[in-house]
Write a protein that binds this ligand. Structure first.
Ligand code: GLN
Length: 289
């Protein structure tokens, strides 16, 4: 049986607005389109199968209680790729595309680069890099079994030969067991303890271990830079996503570890978002880059 979609669409939108959900109409649109596989415009014209009503009501209920839309949908787009997500894994942010672009830019001068993605979460960065550079050899490492389960699902879905490893990137054995890298990229947890106390409801649903970077938010940058710099090839690139206040501190950290051409890049909202630098050495200049 087909039912009119319009009253349900209006009811659920008003319901979410009543719960102060900022983009209520957009969220309800995403739910309708996800459940039916059709565009909303068409559904409003032609109706929806009656059996879709309850799933839609359940989704709206979850959203009203503050669960992130991305978890409810079970997927989100990153760099044009479908990325499966859910409880236990960080939701890909558009800001992180700035990090991907920066790495791709640098990799123009490299052939079949070996790339390590530390704290890979859903695998969105590794997959975005692979989608543009299928010649690269890419390994994603994460401590969380829940996150890695999504990363495995995502690499399998895209049939991407991205390798995944469960490991603690802050442990010297992990760093030393994986060989040398042309590129090390990471979007580590970087929120300060103060920021962790101020999280909006949606972000509180995300795993704190993917967000909390210690008192000043810099714990992972210090430890990764210390442990992984020796694993970077001469001329290799280290590229971090950072919190918008962390640019100067992370750039100084890289310089203190001998990195050259250290730069801070901004995201589309003009916030500092990426710090990168090169490990000195001849490999890069010989390539003419
Ligand atoms: N950008 C995320 C946030 O502000 C933080 C991600 C991270 O810690 N790597 O919610």
């Amino acid at each position: 049986m087909v039912i009119d979609a319009r009253p349900l669409y209006r009811e659920l939108t008003a319901f979410l607005e009543g719960h102060a959900i900022p983009d209520a109409a957009f969220d309800v649109r995403c739910m309708f389109e996800q459940v039916t596989g059709e565009r909303l415009e068409r559904l409003l014209e032609e109706g929806i199968p009656a059996e879709d009503e309850n799933p839609l009501r359940n989704m709206a209920q979850r959203r009203a209680f503050g669960e992130p839309l991305q978890y409810i949908l079970g997927e989100w787009e990153f760099f044009g790729l479908r990325i499966f997500v859910g409880k236990g894994v960080l939701i890909p942010r558009p800001d992180t595309e700035t990090l991907v672009e920066a790495v791709l830019d640098d990799c123009r001068g490299r052939t079949s680069p070996r790339i390590a993605d530390l704290c890979c979460g859903s695998g969105c960065i590794a997959l975005a890099l692979w989608s543009q550079r299928p010649d690269a050899e890419i390994l994603g490492i994460d401590l969380s079994e829940a996150a890695l389960a999504y990363a495995r699902q995502n690499t399998a879905f895209h049939r991407a030969p991205v390798q995944l490893l469960q490991g603690d990137v802050l442990a010297a054995e992990t760093a030393q067991s994986c060989g040398k890298w042309d590129v090390i990229v990471s979007n580590p947890p970087y929120l300060t303890t103060f920021e962790m106390g101020q999280l909006q409801t949606e972000v509180r649903s995300e795993p704190p271990e993917a967000l909390a970077g210690g008192t000043d938010g810099l714990d992972y940058y210090r430890a990764i830079t210390e442990l992984w710099t020796p694993m970077l090839a001469d001329g290799g690139l280290l590229a971090y996503e950072i919190g918008e206040q962390q640019g100067a501190a992370v750039a100084d950290l890289l310089r203190a570890h001998g990195y050259i051409q250290v730069r801070i890049l901004r995201d589309l909202a003009k916030h500092d978002r990426v710090v990168l630098g090169l490990r000195p050495g001849a490999a890069r200049s010989q390539g003419g880059a």
